[in-house]
Design a protein around this ligand. Structure first.
Ligand code: UTP
Length: 297
């Protein structure tokens, strides 16, 4: 029997510079799609995939994130008095049980690989998941659950993968494919943000990972990589070099890059349009706005 994936790391210690000045005082992960913070989507996805221990790698200025997961007795009491059952239910979903969530600090934003490595003592000797909350994936079956099910057959390391336009590929970690097995891709190499002429494919790594603890050991030996950061991609690539299995997994679902303004706005529109109470009014507004823009051009 393969060991179940019950721990997930949420690296949230980045500076979020693309959303300044908002992120001067609000963690990026608290920014909301309609009315739910990005982090809530990540937590819900992890829970549905069977995660029981939630490890947050945070940094200075992320206090609002910790508060978000606390109980809110006064608010709950007031909602109970007013018999607002649906809102109470929503609040319950955002409250984490004591001991279910752990926060550790990354002292300096040295890169994603370094952030994940900060959790090494909590991971010890088990395979684990990593979720980047700014990659929001709308899917019938949550992306991490799809991956956990595939992992039960494959073992090894697995990264979520998706095709990106060649003009955008250099912004991602890219996969060098040995064998294409439908939604599973056997990997023979990975490279973080290569120059366009060095791109092995346009299959990009998206922010969901299932990793073996040896990846954390690899991080400990890494020098700074692309962008002067300690890259998780480089640590996973070392696994391939050491002869271990690494797979890409083409998930079913729509991914939104909520770390970028455009992706965040697209997700906001898509999620709002999927809400019956908002759809009609928003559609009308959008059609009118687009028409008057076009007329003005
Ligand atoms: P990004 O590359 O999006 O960086 O990190 P960022 O700092 O969050 O945002 P920008 O680019 O300045 O706007 C991808 C993920 O890795 C985490 C981030 O919090 C995000 O979830 N990360 C990145 C860390 O936890 N530590 C780091 O040193 C770097």
């Amino acid at each position: 029997m393969r060991k179940k994936i019950t721990k997930a790391i949420f690296p949230v210690a980045g500076l979020g510079t693309r959303f300044l000045p908002a992120t001067k005082s609000i963690p990026k992960e608290i920014l909301s799609l309609v009315d739910r913070p990005l982090i809530q989507y990540a937590i819900d996805e992890a829970r549905e995939a069977g995660i029981k221990e939630f490890i947050f790698v945070t940094s200075r200025g992320k206090g609002a994130l910790e508060d978000y997961f606390d109980g809110a007795p006064q608010l709950e009491q007031s909602l109970r008095k007013k018999n607002k059952k649906e809102l109470l239910e929503e609040l319950k979903r955002s409250t984490m049980d004591s001991g279910e969530i752990v926060y550790i600090r990354q002292r300096e934003a040295l890169g994603l690989g370094h952030a994940v490595w900060c959790a090494r003592r909590l991971i010890a000797n088990e395979p684990f998941a990593v979720i980047l909350p700014d990659d929001v994936i709308a899917a019938e079956k949550p992306c991490l659950k799809q991956m956990v099910e595939a992992y039960e057959n494959t073992g090894g390391c697995m990264v979520a993968a998706m095709e990106v336009p060649p003009s955008m590929a250099s912004a991602y970690g890219l996969l060098d494919i040995e064998e294409n097995m439908g939604s599973l891709l056997k990997i023979k190499g990975m490279v973080e943000k290569p120059e366009p002429e060095d791109a092995p494919s346009n299959l990009a790594v998206i922010g969901r990972y299932i990793l073996t603890p040896s990846v954390l050991k690899n991080v400990g030996t890494l020098k700074k990589g692309a962008g002067g950061e300690i890259q998780l991609t480089d640590a996973i690539a070392m696994e391939v070099e050491n002869g271990s299995d690494v797979f890409g997994f083409r998930f079913d679902g729509q991914r939104y890059d909520c770390g970028s303004k455009s992706g965040f706005l697209q997700a906001t529109i898509a999620f709002a349009l999927s809400r019956p109470e908002l759809r009609d009014e928003l559609m009308e507004f959008m059609v009118e706005t687009v028409e008057s823009r076009r007329a003005a051009q």
